[in-house]
Every structure is written in C-alpha cells, then in structure tokens.
Ligand binder design. Structure first.
Ligand code: BG6
Length: 497
C-alpha cells in the first residue's frame, strides 16, 4: 500500500488503547518501513505533558506491550522523533487552534493537511471532537485540501438509536467515506482469509450452501473473566461487547455472496445484504433461539475464580450476560433452513475462535454393523486463533482386518506453512486507514443493521431475570441451556480443542 505523508492525531492519548495497541502498532509499522517517508504522531489529551515526558511514558508501555521484544533502541529513537504531545480539553476550541499551529509548524503541507484523527475516546465525545476539528479548520467534509479521516473505536453506541445518533454527529462534518469504524476482528489475518479461502478455491464454494451444509457453528471463547472491566461490562454484556460486532462480522464473511470485486464498497454491500437476510427475531423467537449465561465461581486453568456478581463494580444481583449463544437463520437462497449457531463467553475453558462448517450426513450408512447408524459428519473448521489453520474432517478406514471407520483430519497450519508471522490487528487497520482503504472498516448501514439485530434480542430479554439453566461455572463451556439450544435439532457444540 502506498501511504502519503500524513499526521496521526490520537484523541484520548493517555488511555489504555494508545499504550497497549496504537503506539506498538505504529512502532512496528515504522520498524517494517511501512510508514510514509514523512509522518507525525500527535497525542491529544487533558493531562499536562511535554513531548519528552510522553515519549518516555510510551517507551515504557512499549517495553511491556510490544509483540517483539526487546524493543529496538535505535528504531525507537528514530521513531520517537516523530511523536509529539498536545495538551487540551476536548471542548476547548483554543486547544484545537494550538493543534493546528503545531501541525503547521512541521513545515510540510502534507503533514498539515493529510490528517488521520483517531478517536480513542468515549463515544459521547465523538460529536464534540468532530465539531471542534471542523471549527478549527482541520476537518473538511469534501477534503478540498489533502485528506482527513476519522477512526472511531467501539463501542459504537449501545443500541440502534444511539448508533444512528453517533452516525449523525460524525457525518455532520465529515463524509461517510471519511469515517473508519474499527472492528479489530477484521484486522486479523485469519478473519481476512475467510474471503480468500472462499473465493480463491474452486472446490469449497460449490459446497457452501444449503444443499450440503447442515449447520454452521461460530465460537469465540475466552478463558479470561471481566477482570477490572466490571463497570464497562455492566453496561455492555456479551451481546453488545462481542456479538454486535465481532461475531456478526465473522458470520457475514462466512455467509455473504461473492462481491463483484474486492474493493471496499462491493464487499460491504454484500455484508449488509447478508445481515439484512438474517431472519428477524421476535420476542417469542428470542426465548427459543437465544440463550444468555452468567458465570459463577469455578476453576479456570487450575485456578479458582470468583463469580461475575462478585467482580469489582458489578451489582450483586446483576443480570448481565457474560455468555450468549444464538441460533440464527438466514432467509436467502443460499442458506434457507441452515442454522447458524454463534456463541461467545468469558471464563470458558480456553481462548479460541473458530468457524465450523458441518456438512450433511451421508444419505445411507453402509457400515451400520460396525459404527452404529451414524457416521461422524464431515466438517471444515477454520481456526481463527490460536493455532491458526484450517482442517477438514472426513471418515477413513482404521487399518486392520475389521471394517471400522473413524474420523481423520487433513490440516493446514499457518505457522508451519508460512512461519510465525503475527502482526497485530491494529497494524493492518492503521495502515489501511492511512492508505484510505475502508474495506476492513464497518460502514454506517452495517453497524446500524447489526444493532437492529441486537436490539430485538435485548427486547426479548427485557424484564426477564436469568434462570437457573443460564448460569455456568467458570471454566466450563457455558450453561446447559446452550446445549439444549442445539439438541432440539439433534446438534451438539463442537468445542475448540
Ligand atoms: C473486545 C472486547 O472487543 O474483544 C473484549 O471488548 C474481548 O471483551 C476482546 O476480550 C477479544 O478480542 P481478541 O482479539 O482477544 O479475541
């Protein structure tokens, strides 16, 4: 990708995201010579800091969070020369004027006009920051001078109405094409590979529909609890935190139709079309198709963990879900009648994300005497993380004189094929945003459609406390109600290994 010289301005520069993700990502892009020849990074935040003191702070964070260790001193020294700080309140126009002067002082038109504004702030501040940028002459809706882009983090609202409002605030002073909504799952190599896998091979796509697929399972499990994020999590819950964005994104890539090209708009058009084909959930169908869960105390990886209701900043009678499982139907020609099962949860036995396409059973079993009436169905598993890879499960003869059959696997592993190349999602996403390619970012109609789905589920839950079948012990694969969800149709969850 060619990236023109530009400045990256990070709002909320004192926050966790900047230290953990953004600066390490920019440092690695620089180290790998992917940053433009000329660039600046300016941190904008309330606290009093100098360029020097901010650089020192960032260096300490980098030592801790960098994916490559130790940090290369010479590379850092060179990188740090591009890093500056601007103290300011988000609502103070004077601070933005100071920012403008700082940008102009770099003495290069491109560094003054090509601007990537990264809003690592609370969404309640998006509107104000964008308005101030506009008033200070730093953001032009039609990009008359250079280009300006706004990158926003999740959570993008908390329901459809708030997302619509945020979209309104952002697009008041910027064109939709200038808005880059992050979903860091789209920055993951393996998530991007879903489309490459589907549309660069001729043998899988013909199987990828209702004729041969029995059902699809998408699991994003985490072995961590909510930790110190109880305050945020009480407002969010697993449905908003994970399903609205990451799970529905992965599902769209698995289920969408081929785009007319790999450009941003055609891909996003297909994703929106797919999301719109998901059968709407009613209050009655939520009860049948969606299961919530919440962890109580239990042992995870050999360590006793406390229950969600005992976590800091969590209400002792909280009904917030730390687990969700859904059964969704997609009403279109390709997927009619094929259930998509999605699940995600905290404090599950391990952290793993995978997509499993389970194929229909054979029409007739020839080996009934040896294997019973059922053979294990064929399945294709895309392992998104960790042990990234793809495997195909089929049945084979066990060597010997008996006629027994058992499942065997053909596997591809990224590490053994390509070596350990693990750029962080944020590296790719920042690079794409600087290059102006919006393919890996969420479009306005996409985020709104996803919130519509989430809202209908929340409506179905309203006023209904969690039932006994919805609690699960930390360190297990979720509540029994989630097993019931599949067993109704004769299906079972396949847990990541
Ligand atoms: C974030 C959620 O968006 O994704 C977190 O807010 C979650 O709760 C995280 O832990 C999972 O991301 P990853 O990349 O670790 O799978």
């Amino acid at each position: 990708k060619t990236v023109e010289p530009c400045s990256v301005v990070i709002f909320g520069a004192s926050g966790d995201l900047t230290a953990r993700k953004l600066i390490p990502a920019l440092y690695h892009l620089f180290k790998e010579k992917q940053m433009p020849g000329e660039f600046r990074i300016i941190g904008f935040a309330r606290r009093e800091k100098t360029d020097e003191s901010w650089r020192t702070e960032l260096r300490e964070a980098l030592d801790q969070f960098s994916r490559t260790k130790p940090v290369d001193d010479a590379v850092w020294a060179e990188f740090a020369k591009h890093v500056h700080y601007c103290k300011g309140e988000f609502g103070d126009l004077e601070a933005y004027k100071k920012l403008e002067q700082q940008l102009a002082s770099f003495g290069n038109e491109a560094l003054r006009n090509n601007l990537l504004f990264y809003l690592a702030t609370s969404p309640s501040q998006f509107g104000e920051v964008v308005e101030m940028l506009h008033n200070a002459g730093l953001l032009h809706k039609n990009e008359e001078k250079g280009w300006q882009r706004i990158v926003v983090e999740k959570p993008f609202g908390h329901d459809l109405a708030s997302a619509v409002q945020l979209n309104g605030e952002l697009t008041k002073y910027a064109h939709e094409k200038q808005v880059f909504r992050i979903d860091h799952y789209l920055g993951k190599e393996t998530v991007q590979n879903i489309l490459m896998f589907r549309f660069s091979n001729s043998i899988f796509e013909p199987l990828w529909n209702r004729n041969l697929v029995d059902h699809v399972q998408i699991t994003v499990s985490e072995s961590l609890g909510v930790g110190g994020r109880g305050g945020y999590y009480e407002e969010a819950g697993a449905l908003r935190d994970m399903v609205q964005n990451h799970l529905l994104q992965v599902m769209s890539l698995v289920g969408m139709e081929p785009p007319v090209s790999l450009d941003a708009e055609p891909i996003r058009d297909e994703k929106v079309k797919f999301l719109k084909s998901i059968r709407p959930l009613t209050e009655a169908s939520v009860g049948k198709q969606v299961v919530r869960g919440q962890y109580f105390a239990g042992v995870v990886n050999g360590e006793m963990k406390q229950g969600y209701r005992q976590e800091p900043k969590v209400k002792s009678d909280s009904n917030v879900e730390t687990y969700v499982a859904l059964k969704l139907f997609v009403d279109n020609w390709r997927w009619s009648g094929v259930p998509f099962y999605l699940r995600t949860g905290k404090y599950l036995p391990l952290s793993a994300s995978e997509v499993r396409i389970q194929f229909r059973p054979t029409p007739h079993v020839l080996f009934a005497a040896q294997c019973g009436t059922k053979l294990d169905p064929n399945a294709l598993t895309l392992r998104l993380q960790p042990n990234e890879g793809i495997s195909l499960r089929f049945n084979g003869k066990v060597p010997g004189t008996s006629t027994s059959v058992r499942p065997v696997r053909m596997s591809f592993s990224y590490n053994s094929e390509f070596g350990a190349y693990t750029p962080e999602a944020y590296e790719r996403l920042l690079l794409e945003a600087m290059a102006g390619d919006a393919t890996l970012f969420i479009r306005r109609d996409e985020v709104e459609t996803a919130w519509g789905i989430v809202d209908s589920i929340r409506k179905g839950w309203e006023g209904k406390p969690l039932t006994n079948r919805e609690f699960y012990s930390a360190g297990t694969w979720g509540p029994v109600a989630a097993d019931d969800l599949l067993s109704q149709a004769g299906h079972v969850w396949r847990d990541p290994q």
